[in-house]
Design a protein around this ligand. Structure first.
Ligand code: ZN
Length: 460
């Protein structure tokens, strides 16, 4: 009885906190859950949950994939509870579930899509059994918090309930091996023209066979440890995919997904980056498992678009202004973004402000990620100028010199708002801003300044 009273008290006070914050026009996606968990530590266990929970985790792409899944389900007429505007740690999940409950703790939803932070696994999964867990990939990320990807993989394996069905990336031999006893399906992307055999990236986190420690031979490799591999000394190899993306056509922006049951449907591509090719096949696999048909998924995906804060391009004056989100500390995301932007057609000028921390007093991360990230891609031909800016401007500058970028292409200023003035805005080129998410207000100011400078240059 006491337990029930404590739970209801947590629920009501959490709901009150949410209403109060909303009335003050504050973000109410984290604190109400903190209140609920403080009063009732097993709140997540006691609160009634939707029957169909799709959890999405992984180093890269989990936000985009969860948003796309929620969009597809909503488009198909499902009422979906999600944490899309909020936090993906235990307090954020508690906030989402308390919002989705009646005053007596009964859920008002049948379906939930929850993005879950990998490191929060042990604080969430013991209380909540997802019907499906989608894992996008696991890479080295924020080493001070996450250590090594194998460590994170073990973390998830130990926490995830045995009943949960896994939707895994067959091309990632780290995340595809989690929780081996659980029922599972795999997705993968067929060999692509740009694939290689030898690793050209600095990070290569899986080099030996996880079974016998023998030499791992890659049949092809997309980047880092992503690709298909087999062991030379034992029968270990990449798993076969149940959902397989083929015929990727970045001109028509389509690809085909085939599945083991013989289904074969053309899907729209939302962007031509490899990450987004994975996002589409991941959503297709998860939604087939949920019970939608390929045709339904493809049609609904066609109506969605990538959240604009990640990548967008617009014309200003005589140049194309490209906004590319690339969080600091995540070396792999940086490598992918550098590779992608360096291969855009035409000349490029670049501003690097991945660390745009408003509050430098609380700065705690070290800079090792800069030396895991392939800044070497920015030494490619076609990049005429790079401006390093923000609190880590000098660190970028040094890293770019070490990467072989000629000094005459580099500029450096600590003040972000001065950076746009150091570019040339030559007609036809692209101006690319790489930015982090810690101070988006500042990012938008810099973007506005770039547009202003580009228009001035065009008027000259
Ligand atoms: Zn082996």
């Amino acid at each position: 009885m006491m337990r029930k009273i404590r739970f209801l008290l947590a629920l009501w006070l959490g709901k009150c906190a949410r209403l109060a914050l909303r009335a003050l026009r504050r973000n109410a996606t984290f604190f109400p859950g903190v209140v609920a968990l403080k009063i009732c530590p097993d709140f997540l266990g006691q609160v009634d949950k939707p029957e169909n929970i799709i959890a999405v985790t992984g180093t890269n792409g989990k936000t985009t994939v969860s948003n796309l899944i929620a969009d597809v389900l909503t488009d198909r007429g499902h009422r979906v509870l999600s944490n899309r505007l909020g936090s993906n740690v235990a307090a954020g999940i508690a906030t989402t579930l308390l919002y989705g409950s009646s005053l007596f703790g009964k859920t008002r939803y049948e379906t939930a899509v929850l993005e879950i932070d990998e490191r929060s696994s042990k604080r969430i999964y013991p209380y909540l059994t997802p019907k499906w867990l989608v894992v996008t990939n696991l890479f080295r990320d924020s080493v001070m918090r996450n250590a090594h990807p194998e460590y994170i993989a073990n973390f998830i394996s130990q926490a995830i309930p045995r009943k949960t069905k896994l939707v895994l990336n067959a091309d990632d031999l780290i995340s595809s091996r989690i929780a081996p006893e659980n029922d599972r399906v795999y997705f993968a992307v067929d060999r692509m023209e740009t694939d290689v055999v030898e690793c050209i990236n600095l990070i290569n986190d899986l080099q030996i066979c996880p079974t016998c420690s023998g030499e791992l031979q890659y049949d092809y490799r997309r980047y880092h440890h992503i690709g298909r591999a087999h062991c030379r000394d034992c029968d270990f190899k990449s798993p076969e995919a149940h959902y397989f993306a083929t015929d990727v056509d970045t001109t028509d922006m389509t690809m085909t997904v085939t599945d083991k049951q013989g289904g074969r449907v053309v899907y729209p591509l939302l962007s031509d980056s490899v990450f987004n090719i994975y996002n589409v096949v991941t959503v297709a696999a998860a939604m087939r498992e949920f019970g939608l048909t390929h045709e339904e998924i493809s049609e609904s995906l066609g109506k969605t678009k990538i959240v604009e804060t990640r990548f967008n391009a617009r014309q200003a004056g005589n140049v194309r202004v490209v906004m590319q989100m690339s969080k600091d500390k995540n070396a792999l995301a940086g490598s992918r973004a550098f590779d992608y932007v360096s291969q855009l057609p035409g000349e490029k000028e670049i501003i690097l402000m991945m660390n745009c921390l408003a509050d430098q007093k609380n700065w705690s991360e070290n800079t090792t990620w800069l030396y895991d990230c392939d800044f070497e891609f920015l030494a490619r031909e076609g990049i005429s100028r790079i401006v390093c800016t923000g609190p880590r401007a000098k660190d970028y500058y040094l890293r770019l010199l070490l990467a072989g970028v000629p000094e005459e292409r580099l500029r450096c200023t600590l003040s972000e708002l001065d950076a746009p003035e150091l570019l040339e805005y030559r007609p036809g080129e692209s101006v690319c801003l790489f930015y982090g998410t810690d101070a988006l207000d500042l990012v938008y100011k810099v973007q506005a300044k770039i547009v202003e400078c580009a228009e001035e240059a065009a008027a000259r």
